[in-house]
Write a protein that binds this ligand. Structure first.
Ligand code: BES
Ligand code: MN
Ligand code: MN
Length: 452
C-alpha cells in the first residue's frame, strides 16, 4: 500500500482526530488557558507516539513545553526536522464567529475553528503523513518533530531550547507548514518571511482625566497628540519617516522584481474579497511587493478615553497604541525597535510625556530555490497538484526560521497548504478539508524525493 492509499482508507479518522485537537483552546497569550495549552501538548505527543515516533517527550521550558519525537531509520539517510506550533491566537471577538471558535464545525468543505489553519491543522498533516509512511513502510528519511506552544507569543523560550539541543536537533533541513498558497489550483511555496518589531506606546497628558469643556483646547489631549504622531510616521508616498529606517533594507533587484511580477495575482479579486474600493501602500511597489519585500509599519490597536455607551465629555489623561513593523532581510529587529523608540520620543511635543516599551520581535528569512530540499518540495507539490508550485514571498513572520539558520545552520522549506483567505488570527478561521488531505498526500512525496 502507498501512503496515499493509507490516507484514503483513514481520512475520516484523521479528520476527527484533528477536530478533537481543535476543541482544546490552547491560547498561549492568555494564562487563563494554561491548562488547555498543556492538554494540547499532551494530545499531540500521544498521537506522535501512536503514529510510531520514538523518544516522544514533552520537554519543559520556562514557558509552555516543546513536544519532541523522532524516527531514525538509518543514520546515513537525510534527516528532516519538522517544526509546527500547537498554540493558537485568542478567539476574540467571539461574537463575530458564526460558530464557536473551539467547537470545530464543518461547512462547505471547510473546518471552522481557531487553529484550523494556524497551525494545528497544518501541523497535524505532518503527524498523519508520518503515520501513513510508517504504516506502509515507506519512510525514506529520518524525521524529528519539534512542536512548540509559544509561537503566537513570540517563541520566548524556543531559541533557548534550540541552543541547548543543537546535537539532538541535528538535521539536513527544516520542514514547516505554517504559511499559505496562492490558491487551491495555484500551489506555491514561500521563499521568504518578514521579520518583526513590536512596540507599545503610552502618551500621557494631564495627570488626571479632565472636563473637556473646562480644559479642552488649552491642555494637550494625548489622543489627539498620539494620532498626530502616528500619522507623521508615514509621508505622502507611504514611506516610513523614521530616520534610518530603510538604511539596512536589502533592495530587491530588477530581475527578481520582474520574476515576482509574474506571480499570479488578481488585484480586483483581492479588493473584492476584502470589500475595499482601493488598496493602499508604499508608492512605487505592487501589492505583492508591499507585503513580500518591503518593510511596513501598522497600528494594531489604539485606545484611551471614554469608549462606553453614550457620550461622556472627557479630556483623557492617557492614550495608547500597539505598533508593529514588518521587516525585510538585513534589517535587525532590535535596531529598528530602538530607532522607533528614539524617534517617537523625539517627535513628542513638550505638552505630553511618552513611554515606549518594546515587545517581542524576530528577524526576516529567505530560503533558496536552488536547493535539493526546495526541489523535493516543488516536485512533491507538482505530483499532487499537477502543477509546479510558484515561489512567493510571505508577508507574515515565523521568527524561529531565522534562528534555525543561525543556530543549527539549517535552511527551512515553507511548504504551507493554507490560503490567505483562511482568516488566521481572525473570527471564522478555517482550513479546507481539501487542503488538509492534500497536505497529508503531498508530504510523503517530499520525503521520498528528498531521500533520492
Ligand atoms: N503562521 C503565522 C505566520 C504566517 C502567516 C506566515 C501568514 C506567512 C503567512 C504565525 O503563526 C504568526 O502568526 N506569526 C506572527 C508572529 C509571531 C511573532 C507572533 C505574525 O506573523 O504576526
Ligand atoms: Mn502559525
Ligand atoms: Mn499565527
Amino acid at each position: 500500500m502507498t501512503p496515499q492509499e493509507y490516507l484514503t482508507k483513514n481520512q475520516e479518522r484523521f479528520l476527527n482526530e484533528l477536530l478533537d485537537w481543535l476543541k482544546i483552546p490552547s491560547i498561549s497569550a492568555d494564562s487563563a488557558f494554561a491548562d488547555d495549552v498543556h492538554k494540547a501538548a499532551a494530545f499531540v505527543a500521544d498521537k506522535l507516539k501512536s503514529a510510531g515516533a520514538d523518544n516522544v517527550s514533552i520537554e519543559q521550558t520556562a514557558g509552555y513545553p516543546i513536544v519532541y519525537g523522532e524516527k531514525i531509520i538509518d543514520p546515513s539517510k537525510p534527516t528532516v526536522l519538522v517544526y509546527g506550533h500547537y498554540d493558537v491566537q485568542p478567539s476574540v471577538p467571539d461574537e463575530l464567529w458564526n460558530t464557536p471558535a473551539f467547537e470545530p464545525t464543518i461547512r462547505d468543505g471547510n473546518i471552522y475553528a481557531r487553529g484550523a489553519c494556524d497551525d494545528k491543522g497544518q501541523a497535524y498533516m505532518h503527524v498523519k503523513a508520518f503515520e501513513c509512511m510508517m504504516e506502509t513502510n515507506s519512510l525514506d528519511c529520518n524525521v524529528k518533530f519539534m512542536l512548540e506552544g509559544e509561537e503566537e507569543v513570540g517563541s520566548p523560550n524556543l531559541g533557548i531550547y534550540v541552543k541547548d539541543n543543537v546535537e539532538k536537533l541535528a538535521a539536513d533541513v527544516v520542514l514547516v507548514s505554517d504559511t499559505a498558497m496562492i490558491a487551491n489550483d495555484i500551489p506555491s511555496i514561500d521563499t521568504g518571511l518578514r521579520g518583526l518589531s513590536y512596540v507599545e506606546v503610552e502618551v500621557t497628558g494631564p495627570n488626571i482625566d479632565l472636563h473637556s469643556g473646562t480644559y479642552g483646547g488649552a491642555v494637550a489631549n494625548p489622543i489627539n497628540v498620539l494620532c498626530d504622531m502616528i500619522s507623521s510616521l508615514h509621508d505622502e508616498n507611504r514611506h516610513i519617516t523614521i530616520p534610518g529606517f530603510y538604511d539596512d533594507v536589502l533592495e530587491v533587484g530588477p530581475e527578481e522584481r520582474a520574476e515576482m511580477a509574474k506571480t499570479p495575482f488578481d488585484l480586483d479579486a483581492y479588493k473584492k474579497e476584502l470589500d475595499v474600493d482601493d488598496v493602499m501602500g508604499e508608492a512605487g511597489f505592487s501589492t505583492l511587493e508591499r507585503t513580500g519585500i518591503r518593510p511596513t509599519l501598522d497600528v494594531n490597536g489604539i485606545w484611551g478615553g471614554y469608549i462606553g455607551e453614550g457620550a461622556k465629555t472627557v479630556l483623557p489623561s492617557k492614550a495608547y497604541a500597539k505598533i508593529s513593523m514588518r521587516l525585510v532581510p538585513n534589517q535587525t529587529s532590535d535596531k529598528i525597535s530602538d530607532m522607533f523608540k528614539k524617534h517617537f520620543e523625539s517627535i513628542a511635543p513638550k505638552s505630553v510625556k511618552v513611554n515606549v516599551t518594546l515587545h517581542h520581535g524576530g528577524e526576516a528569512a529567505v530560503t533558496p530555490i536552488d536547493s535539493k530540499a526546495y526541489e523535493a518540495a516543488s516536485r512533491a507539490m507538482d505530483t499532487t497538484f499537477g502543477k509546479k508550485p510558484v515561489p512567493t514571498r510571505g508577508g507574515g513572520s515565523i521568527p524561529i526560521v531565522a534562528m534555525f539558520e543561525e543556530v543549527l545552520g539549517l535552511k527551512t522549506i515553507l511548504m504551507g497548504f493554507g490560503l490567505d483567505t483562511d482568516a488566521i488570527h481572525s473570527p471564522n478561521e478555517k482550513f479546507g478539508i481539501f487542503n488538509f488531505y492534500r497536505g497529508i498526500e503531498t508530504i510523503p512525496y517530499f520525503y521520498k524525493y528528498y531521500a533520492e
